[in-house]
Design a protein around this ligand. Structure first.
Ligand code: 6R9
Length: 646
């Protein structure tokens, strides 16, 4: 485990008095929630959501770790994100300001967005989609991605969004696992000044044969030339134009599946994380109020995450809309066409709450403050961070240069599995500490334990666990209950094991220390070493490979691969590049190793386990650590000299 928080915070940053006075949630909420967490969540859920049928029991935990929240309650998630705001007289409020990378823009009010989602629900119905089905969504960051997700939610069909940067192979395996019969995609999107393509990857995925997919719906965005397969592929616009914008929502059980989202685990096979309706939406919306202090009638919220990741699910598609707030959706990258693009957008839409990943903040830091200083950022009042620990230096830069010294920063720790914020300093209640995510959200209880599952002393590094079930928790791994139990619930009796190292400081604040398993965090995205290793060995020249995440100044971690070639394969100048491109094709650009080292042999224990820890030491330019358990200690010297050359 790497300690990315070496620097103990000696400085705290109290939010401005005025901020605290007006905050949605103040310090007494912690005590109230702790006194009776179930009563707290029941009250929040009734207050925040519109239930068609009230629930009769808050939590059924009779068959752990399979939780049922708000038992007997019925609701429609899309109704809660759309219609109810229109019915309350807020139909004219802007729901989405969309900014395309080339500079085009579009605005949807709540009334307009509701109409679009109704049409899309009718369109999906016309394609045979019904409650309980699965729909794959493979899209750029355009409003249609959110519209498609909400249309699925409205029908009770679970969506499986596959990040547009993933390859056709990744798309194929996710379509197969979820048994999706419909794919919603686009001809492409705009990224870094050029049209990117998506539809060809869908064609490739479906050409692998035997998929359950009957229909492909294509949004025209990039204007690329694409092939359309007769009888299977249809254009979104043509289908939408035939639909009525009226649709009566059906109400579903609180535990009705809402979505499946695949995330990296410690094995090569991604896990289909399953989220359901009532509990998920309760905690996501509560966090909008508590962590982000959202005031829907005045704030402009912008979460920069792609909808392909959980952050885009909870804080683009569901959270801001359930709150009835105005949000910005931006298609492109922060440096296109110039390095001040994000800040130009903040100025243009008067963004007041801004949520991004530390890796992006570090990139902005590297580019220099002058790019941000060209724009008026005075509309900002709160900043958020997510995806990995934010190092104090980046925190301070974000606070000063972007936040003008006046905006609290909420460092939100959570996971695909947790569905919503879990550990976060509430801006109305807590003095902020750069680099620490600080406190469990009211109603959540966390602990740091040692190898034996006993609580750690102050300042001692251990493993983070969540000690009680929570509303937005994953309900399982799709079709794999055993893996669910084994991955998260087998380490510490009755507790959820997050896979993150952490420690409590003397003030009771939590510091995260990075993943403790073979999951890497590259630019705030989760990748598994095993997944990349299996991509590498699928190359005909590769016999064996080991992948590690090495500390990297900008991306947090970088993918470094060590590869043993097959006997007949010979290394030349192009081998490493060919393997990098192979991973890029197999998984996607984010998984492409930054460096590939061709080695004779990998360091292994006598029982044959690859010692990635030693490779990580070398990749991070530390001396070679303890090699006593290696079968052949000389292997490491050879590898170290190879890395030094490379
Ligand atoms: C939301 C999201 C989850 C993993 C998690 C942890 C790391 C996320 C963090 C953080 C320290 C934070 N992580 N937020 N570490 N401080 N504020 O990122 O979900 O993609 O599933 O990743 O990311 O290691 O276990 P996901």
């Amino acid at each position: 485990m790497t300690d990315q928080s070496q620097q103990p915070a000696d400085q705290t940053f109290p939010p401005p008095e005025e901020f605290k006075r007006n905050a949605n949630v103040t310090a007494d909420e912690y005590d109230k929630a702790a006194a009776d967490p179930l009563a707290f969540w029941a009250e929040k859920s009734r207050e925040l959501l519109d239930w068609e049928t009230d629930f009769s029991e808050t939590l059924d935990w009779s068959d752990p770790p399979f939780a049922k929240w708000f038992v007997g309650g019925r609701l429609n998630v899309a109704y809660n994100c759309l219609d109810r705001h229109v019915e309350a007289g807020n139909g004219d409020r802007v729901a989405i300001h969309f900014e395309g990378e080339p500079g085009d823009s579009r605005t949807y009010t709540y009334a307009e967005l509701t109409a679009e989602v109704c049409k899309a629900a009718n369109m999906l119905t016309s394609l045979g989609v019904k409650s309980g089905d699965r729909v794959a969504i493979y899209m750029p960051m355009v409003p249609e991605a959110t519209i498609a997700m909400l249309a699925c939610a409205r029908l009770g069909a679970a969506h499986s969004v596959v990040f547009g940067g993933f390859s056709s192979d990744a798309l194929h395996s996710r379509i197969m696992d979820a048994e999706a019969e419909v794919v919603i995609t686009a001809d492409g999107g705009h990224r870094r000044g050029k049209p990117s393509s998506l539809k060809p990857a869908v064609d490739e995925a479906l050409a692998k044969g035997d998929t359950p997919v009957k229909h492909v719906v294509v949004v025209e965005r990039a204007g690329n030339d694409i092939e359309m397969t007769d009888g299977r592929d249809q254009y979104w616009r043509e289908l939408m134009d035939q639909q009525s914008d009226a649709h009566t929502p059906e109400f579903f059980d609180s535990e009705h599946p809402l979505y499946i989202l695949y995330t990296s685990g410690t094995t090569g096979k991604p896990k289909g994380i399953l989220h359901t309706s009532g509990g998920y939406l309760t905690q996501v919306l509560y966090s909008m109020y508590a962590s982000f202090d959202i005031k829907p009638e005045q704030d402009v919220f912008w979460c920069t995450a792609d909808v392909g990741w959980v952050t885009g699910h909870s804080y683009v598609a569901y959270g801001p809309l359930a709150a009835g707030a105005t949000q910005v959706i931006y298609e492109g990258t922060p440096d296109s066409p110039h390095r001040g693009r994000w800040w130009e957008i903040v100025e243009k839409y008067k963004v007041s709450i801004f949520y991004a990943a530390p890796t992006a903040i570090r990139a902005c830091m590297k580019w220099g403050r002058e790019h941000a200083q060209k724009f008026d950022l005075s509309s900002l009042r709160l900043l958020g961070s997510v995806g990995e620990p934010i190092n104090p230096e980046a925190w301070l830069w974000y606070h000063e240069v972007i936040g003008g010294g006046r905006c609290p920063i909420v460092d939100t720790w959570w996971q695909t599995e947790t569905g919503a914020h879990m550990i976060v300093p509430l801006p109305g209640a807590v003095d902020l500490k750069p680099g620490s995510a600080q406190r469990p959200l009211p109603g959540i209880s966390a602990q740091v334990v040692d190898d034996a599952g006993h609580p750690c002393e102050t300042d001692a590094a251990g493993f983070l666990t969540i000690t009680e079930p929570w509303p937005a928790m994953l309900r399982g791994i799709y079709k794999d209950p055993e893996r669910f139990k084994e991955t998260y619930w087998s380490q510490v009796e009755g507790q959820y094991f997050a896979g993150d190292g952490a420690r409590f400081d003397a003030d009771g604040d939590i510091w995260f220390l990075g993943r403790i398993d073979d999951v890497m965090n590259v630019s705030g995205h989760r990748l598994s070493t095993a997944e990349i290793e299996s991509a590498l060995v699928s190359h005909p020249d590769v016999a064996e490979s080991a992948v590690v995440g090495a500390a990297d100044e900008t991306s947090g971690q970088a993918v470094i691969a060590f590869v043993v070639l097959r006997g007949k394969a010979t290394e030349d100048d192009d081998t490493a590049a060919a393997l990098q491109n192979h991973v890029r094709r197999e998984i996607g650009p984010i998984a492409k190793p930054k460096q590939v080292f061709i080695v004779e042999e990998l360091p292994k224990t006598r029982s044959g386990k690859i010692m990635r820890r030693l490779l990580k030491d070398v990749a991070e330019n530390r001396g070679i650590g303890n090699t006593t358990t290696l079968a052949d200690a000389s292997v490491m010297d050879v590898i170290a000299s190879r890395v030094a050359e490379g």
